[in-house]
Write a protein that binds this ligand. Structure first.
Ligand SMILES: Cc1cc2nc3c(=O)[nH]c(=O)nc-3n(C[C@H](O)[C@H](O)[C@H](O)COP(=O)(O)O)c2cc1C
Length: 406
């Protein structure tokens, strides 16, 4: 959990409506609470068929119980409109969204919505027939035109036994949208290209060489940049992580594929952050058939393409940030890499240190800029570090812009 969560002390009102997905609201409320938001909950009477107010009360930790009706706490619909800083409806039924789009105010959530003029996030959840119905589409379009943010549902098997679009968006996507609502958009208008994760170099159709990179640092950077308004392209090797809400997600397997994607996207990007750990070696020969088991097997490797070096040769090169994962405090190597690959910034981390490097949620880095500047950053959550790195990039970009080198 990021320590610097933009949700800290924010007053969030969560509406829960009568969908099978109502139980997922418990997890959402708990996650908001984990990030120290002040959460209050409103429930429709239909939602009470799926979930009890007690579950949400316990999850929210609020001294006040969830409100379940318009008459329960008179004027709550008006008072909450001046209390809340963000309104999230998850899950949002077709019925409730229909009311919101048409000015109906016959229950707490819909009456509140009319009194409320602030930011609203909706996470629809329903049967695909309902979601794709023209009437619902018209309502949704009108709500979007009011500035309501829809976290689109996902496609897959639904509780009603059919396959299709309508499953409520994952909690992580709703959390991203909530955090983004409180994040200054200081990267608005910037195109940011981020690479993440390991690559896989095939030995044969079933085996590959890879490394311990989890993709967490790159995903955190992409997520942070997107929440600050950048148009983000994320090029990622295989990871088990949920992708952040980026404009373009490109999944690759090998270093060669990563290189092709980066070289294609880099010229139209303003900032490139290479947080991936592409394999430095690939088998000299990759067998088309599975290699038969034997006592020994000689494997010869050859170097892969050096993506950063190739980027440095581009005519139109973005502001380029590299990562150097080393074992030992080899600052000289980081500095060498900065110069050799003509980088604007390099983030050095000693992957043998506790709380740093691969497959953990924290990292400890030193940031090297040009002109020998070095900043030693203490151990912190990768999500927080991502924002700190973006702060530094922004500061350098502004500074260099004055010198017209960026
Ligand atoms: C078992 C069951 C599951 C339902 N699931 C959904 C759903 O996922 N999405 C939806 O829009 N409506 C769903 N409905 C219909 C709503 O509960 C119904 O339209 C209700 O009036 C919604 O009220 P509310 O919007 O005030 O919560 C479901 C109904 C039942 C009986």
């Amino acid at each position: 959990m990021p320590k610097r969560s933009p949700l800290k002390n924010k007053r969030l009102l969560v509406g829960v409506t009568g969908s099978v997905a109502a139980y997922k609201a418990v997890e959402l409320v708990r996650r908001l609470k984990d990030e120290e938001a002040d959460v209050r909950v409103m429930m429709t009477s239909a939602s009470l068929n799926f979930i009890t107010p007690l579950s949400l009360e316990l999850a929210s930790g609020a001294a006040k119980k969830p409100l379940t009706g318009l008459w329960e706490e008179p004027l709550a619909h008006v008072n909450l409109a001046s209390w809340a800083e963000l309104f999230i409806i998850a899950p949002a039924t077709a019925n409730t969204l229909g009311k919101l789009a048409n000015g109906i105010a016959d229950d707490l959530i819909s009456a509140f919505f009319l009194a409320w003029h602030g930011g609203t996030i909706i996470a629809p959840a329903m049967n695909p027939g309902m979601y794709t119905h023209k009437t619902f589409g018209k309502n949704l379009e009108f709500l979007r035109s009011l500035g309501v943010t829809e976290i689109e549902p996902e496609t897959g098997a639904l509780a009603c036994g059919v396959e299709g679009v309508g499953r409520m968006a994952g909690i992580e996507r709703i959390m991203d949208a909530a955090r983004s609502a409180f994040t200054p958009k200081d990267l608005e208008g910037q195109s940011v290209l981020v690479t993440a994760g390991p690559t896989r170099e095939p030995l044969d159709p079933v085996r590959f060489i890879s490394n311990r990179s989890s993709g967490k640092m790159g995903f955190a950077l992409a997520r942070a940049a997107a929440s600050r308004g950048a148009a983000v392209t994320l090029v990622t090797g295989p990871t088990a992580l949920t992708p952040p809400p980026v404009e373009k997600l490109i999944r690759v397997e090998t270093t060669s594929e990563m290189k092709d994607s980066v070289l294609k996207e880099a010229p139209s990007s303003r900032i490139l952050i290479m947080a991936a750990a592409p394999s430095d070696f690939t088998p000299e020969v990759s067998s088309a058939r599975k290699i038969v088991k034997s006592d020994t097997y000689d494997l010869r490797l050859k170097a892969t393409h050096d993506i950063l070096l190739e980027v440095s040769r581009l005519n139109r090169r973005p502001f380029t940030v590299g990562f150097a994962a080393e074992t030992g405090r080899l600052f000289e190597r980081a500095q060498e890499k900065l110069e050799k690959k003509d980088l604007d910034m390099i983030i050095f981390n000693d992957v043998t240190k506790a709380g740093a490097g691969f497959d953990c949620d924290t990292n400890q880095v030193s940031i090297f800029g040009r002109d020998d500047r070095r900043e030693d950053v203490p151990v912190m959550e990768k999500e927080d570090l991502a924002h700190l790195i973006l702060d530094r990039i922004l500061a350098l970009a502004v500074r260099d812009k004055d010198k017209e080198t960026f």
